[in-house]
Design a binder for this molecule. Structure first.
Ligand code: SIN
Length: 328
């Protein structure tokens, strides 16, 4: 009897062992550096939800927000090493993989989000998604955040107000050159470190989109915010070419469809949060938000725009012209 029970138990174990289990599932680890309630954070969560609904049992997504797995400067290597499958770094963070994407860092390039979207959807904008293919990185989509605003504990209405301050910047050569033009020192650092660096006075200024400022509570450590309107914070959703090419074609197509849907939702959320988070910060009573008039903005334009010339050779004049044309 006990022999029979053992045999049944053994068969049971065998059956469990040969079930088609999670090992057959494709795992996508999506790592990013911001909070879950930001446009990118919500986009990554929606991507997970839709993938696990529509590709149930075939693809599973794990989302790692707030740099819990990788910083932006680590994640591209992680994609190449197979330690993550997807990420969406800011467009300012790809310079070791291509110089072309520096185009998105140029100040005062796009007159509004519609112009930016027109360029991203144009053939030269689409081609940029493939600009890192020879380095093994594939661009899948552009996601929005919003206009970058600058902040400090003193009002920054004119470029000379910032002279001598140290700004935390994303690791962009364009940002470094642009701020150096007006006498600002720059300190590139990971997003995760910005709050402490500002609070401890290691940096006196910073620039970011409203949703990042709000979610990281930067308005509790800086008092003056200026809407210069010089650049937008946006992202490229990326994967490794090896991973992407290894996927069954039907799964790839479904993932592309889902990404298109999520991209549209991220755009909507980005617009909504840029307005709502700005309002919450402005109404917190802790800060002053300064909006510039056209003449004041023009002073910043004159001060920062000459940096375009410094990067024309690396980015390509044709590409810059195509971006400018999207403003019409
Ligand atoms: C992000 O929005 O992904 C972070 C941008 C930054 O590093 O400031």
């Amino acid at each position: 009897m006990s022999l029979l029970r053992s045999a049944v138990a053994a068969i049971g174990l065998l059956l469990v062992a040969v079930q088609p289990v999670a090992a057959d599932e494709i795992l996508i680890r999506f790592a990013h550096v911001v909070g879950e309630r930001t446009p990118k954070g919500e986009g990554a969560t929606l991507f997970k939800t839709l993938v696990e609904q529509r590709l149930a049992g075939r693809v599973r997504v794990e989302v790692y927000p707030r740099s819990i797995k990788f910083n932006d400067n680590q994640v591209l290597l992680a994609l190449l090493l197979g330690d993550a499958e997807m990420a969406a770094p800011s467009l300012a963070k790809f310079r070791t993989y291509t110089k072309k994407l520096q185009i998105f860092d140029l100040p005062f390039l796009f007159k509004d989000m519609e112009a930016l979207h027109r360029f991203q959807a144009s053939p030269p904008g689409r081609a940029l998604l493939d600009s890192m293919e020879e380095r093994g990185i594939k661009g899948l989509a552009y996601w929005d955040n919003g206009p970058r605003v600058i902040s400090a504990n003193q009002p920054l209405r004119r470029p000379e107000d910032a002279r001598g301050l140290t700004f935390r910047i994303e690791p962009s050569s364009v940002f470094h050159a642009q701020w150096s033009r007006i006498g600002v020192n720059t300190f590139p650092m990971a997003f995760k470190q910005v709050y402490d660096a500002v609070r401890e006075g290691l940096v006196k200024g910073q620039e970011n989109a409203w949703s990042n400022i709000y979610s990281r509570k930067l308005h509790t450590v800086h008092r003056y915010f200026t809407e210069v309107g010089h650049t937008y914070l946006g992202y490229m959703v990326v994967t490794s070419s090896n991973f992407w090419n290894s996927l069954p074609p039907d799964i790839r197509t479904e993932l592309e469809n889902i990404l298109a849907e999520v991209t549209a939702e991220v755009r909507r959320l980005a617009q909504e949060k840029a307005i709502a988070n700005r309002r919450e910060i402005a109404e917190s009573g802790q800060v002053t938000v300064m909006t510039l008039n056209e003449a004041e903005r023009d002073v910043w334009r004159q001060a920062l725009m000459p940096v375009w010339k410094e990067f024309e050779a690396e980015i390509g004049k044709d590409l810059i012209d195509a971006a400018v044309a999207s403003n019409q």
